[in-house]
Design a protein around this ligand. Structure first.
Ligand code: AMP
Length: 190
């Protein structure tokens, strides 16, 4: 399996690019945010719990997120590979992902990170909020809070994957197809 972590701050275009990469490489796309939103839509217990964090731009606790992610992986063990979008977001999640894959004889092949200056992203997210209906996309304070969490909890994952020679930064500014091309140039070598 070719397992890819698509990485970057909120609003960087991970969802858009993951959907395109999924088609190109025939991979399964697991977006933890999308799975949580589906649970919220279906009013499940997990959905209720997740929305109490997500609505304020907070991270859902590791234990809950990891358990949900593991069950998504287990549903897709016959896939050619998985694109992880929005996961891992903490060091605990990254180490749990490694050990979950390892027991199945699998690994993360690489992390591709979309790099875009933060000031371009807040505006992009506010625009997305006009159509997405996401409560966490419609309030600048909540968006800035999500960036704060990204800086303090998530950005360090760059080093975690760099130490394993698995970090590949890609310029995330430009047309969608240009960015896809930059990503595929990297992923083709995995
Ligand atoms: P996203 O769709 O990736 O922007 O995620 C939306 C929200 O879902 C985040 O702001 C978090 O509240 C929650 N979430 C998604 N993925 C994770 C994760 N890996 N760990 C904790 N919370 C998450």
């Amino acid at each position: 399996m070719k397992n890819i972590v698509l990485f970057g701050p909120p609003g960087v275009g991970k969802g858009t690019q993951a959907a395109l990469l999924k088609e190109r490489y025939d991979l399964v796309h697991i977006s933890t945010g999308d799975v949580f939103r589906e649970h919220i839509k279906n009013k499940t217990e997990l959905g209720k719990l997740a929305s109490s964090y997500m609505d304020y731009g907070n991270l859902v606790p590791d234990k809950v997120t990891i358990e949900m992610l593991k069950s998504e992986i287990n549903k897709n063990l016959d896939a050619k590979g998985i694109i992880f979008d929005g996961f891992p977001r903490t060091i605990v999640q990254a180490t749990e992902l490694d050990s979950c894959l390892k027991v199945k004889g699998l690994k993360v092949n690489g992390m591709v990170a979309l790099e875009v200056p933060e000031n371009l992203l807040v505006e992009r997210i506010l625009n997305r909020g006009k159509t997405s209906g996401r409560p966490d996309d419609q309030d600048e304070g909540k968006i800035r809070h999500r960036f704060g969490l990204y800086r303090t909890k998530t950005a360090i994952l760059r080093e975690y994957y760099q130490e394993q020679n698995k970090y590949f930064g890609v310029n995330g500014v430009g047309a969608i197809d240009e960015i896809t091309q930059r990503l595929t140039d990297v992923i083709d070598k995995f």
